[in-house]
Ligand binder design. Structure first.
Ligand code: NIG
Ligand code: FE
Length: 416
């Protein structure tokens, strides 16, 4: 066996196992190995287990990284973000803090439309330079794969520019970026009051162009009362599926419209938010294998009741957790706060939260075969924590305890 990097003296190695989403109550268990080691060849894990069983390596000897008795977990997969955008909406945050509802600001022509105006004016270089420090911050927080959505252009040029910025950033920095086309984020000014006509335009023009350029893996829609109703969402998603995209939905975030049921009907990869989802639809999602993605930072910022992740697990769903980083409803990529909210307010065990942020996050991106756990054959994406146990991820509340980030077998971030 060959290895380029061996991490020794791991006090505790904690990871979900397998190459598929972990469903239901099985999420409550992760594999925990005391006194462990992990061996990597180039970008792939070749061995993981108790250090006493570490094999000898052939050829040039690997670099040794001493974990000094600390805990190691898989790199986090943030499977729902809007990381590429221009401008800020700090004044809206304060309006909301003083009681103005999110959808009220949207109806007045603010909200997403404000970010669309700023993003349409920004060139590719500008979009990249604004997104780049956000990605750096994510990496420090232990995120090794991130999904990014367009949806702040709505016109084809700007949407493609957002997707192009993601493609370039993917090459320039360590975090893998999985791109999603989200032209169906809001109805743009030029189609005001005509959501169905805008959907027709996307189906006829935008989806084929995005597909031909090969710049997005998923399509997403804000399926919400007053934005895209169920029928328009269904038409758009069916066209996206026919064009070869995986499907995602912002579903049942503000009102119970039935987005979770639509996700099940269409076999979407994930349905996200789900604050108001019908419990019967959760059962249908479980049967259809749709990942239920919870975004607790958004509920926190909008002061909405948290999604009932325990009910989702009891319905048999695979639950993922993500940040939803965006300029409006949630300007935060705080994975530590995601964990705290999930464990303290959403009925998730820490093991379930860890699974939701790693293997199930990967499954929400169709990537569970090659990442999301620490075992031979997976990409070498993992974190050394500044703590003796993975339990500190919740216990050291809302603090970043990630010390070292290994991405594709390279040490890309060290804080100590
Ligand atoms: O996931 N709900 C729609 N989209 C985003 C918010 C986008 C924005 O406010 O800019 C979300 O919450
Ligand atoms: Fe979102």
């Amino acid at each position: 066996m060959k290895a380029t990097l061996v991490v020794r003296n791991i006090g505790q190695l904690a990871t979900p196992l397998g190459s598929r989403a972990v469903r239901g109550k099985k999420m409550d268990h992760v594999s925990v190995t005391q006194n462990a080691a992990v061996a990597v060849n180039v970008d792939t894990i070749v061995w993981a287990g108790p250090e006493t069983g570490l094999p000898a390596f052939d050829g040039p000897q690997p670099e040794i990284l001493d974990a000094r008795g600390r805990a190691v977990v898989p790199g986090f997969v943030d499977s729902h973000t809007h990381v590429v955008f221009a401008g800020f909406r700090d004044e809206e945050f304060l309006w909301r803090a003083s009681g103005v509802p999110y959808m009220e600001i949207h109806k007045r022509g603010g909200g997403i439309a404000t970010s669309v105006r700023a993003t349409r004016q920004a060139g590719t270089a500008e979009l990249m330079s604004q997104a780049s420090p956000r990605l750096e911050r994510m990496l420090e927080l232990g995120v090794t794969t991130v999904e990014g959505k367009s949806g702040y252009g709505l016109d084809l040029d700007t949407e493609l520019r957002q997707l192009d910025a993601m493609k370039r950033l993917d090459v320039l920095q360590p975090v893998d970026i999985v791109p999603t086309y989200m032209g169906a984020h809001s109805v743009p000014e030029e189609w005001k009051g005509q959501p169905s006509a805008y959907v027709d335009w996307m189906i006829q023009n935008a989806l084929p162009a995005v597909r031909d350029q090969g710049v997005a893996r998923f399509c997403d829609v804000f399926c919400e009362r007053g934005v895209f109703e169920l029928d328009d969402s269904r038409r758009y998603l069916e066209a996206a599926r026919a064009a070869g995209f995986g499907l995602k939905l912002h579903a049942d975030e503000i009102v119970r419209l039935g987005g979770a049921g639509l996700a099940a009907e269409l076999g979407a990869t994930s349905a996200d938010h789900l604050l108001k989802a019908d419990p019967a639809d959760l059962g249908r999602m479980a049967e259809a294998g749709v990942v239920a993605t919870c975004l607790p930072l958004t509920a926190f910022v909008l002061r909405e009741p948290y999604a009932d992740a325990r009910a989702m697990m009891e319905a048999g769903c695979a639950v993922a957790l993500a940040s939803d980083l965006n300029p409006g409803s949630c300007y935060s990529q705080s994975i530590p706060l995601v964990i705290a909210l999930a464990v303290l307010y959403m009925g998730m065990s820490l093991e379930a939260a860890l699974t939701a942020l790693t293997l199930n996050g990967a499954a929400a991106l169709g990537l569970s075969a090659d990442r999301g756990s620490i075992e031979a054959g997976k990409l070498a994406d993992f974190l050394i924590l500044d703590a003796p146990s993975y339990r500190h991820l919740a216990y050291h509340t809302a603090m970043n305890i990630v010390d070292t980030v290994v991405k594709r077998g390279k040490i890309v971030c060290v804080r100590s």
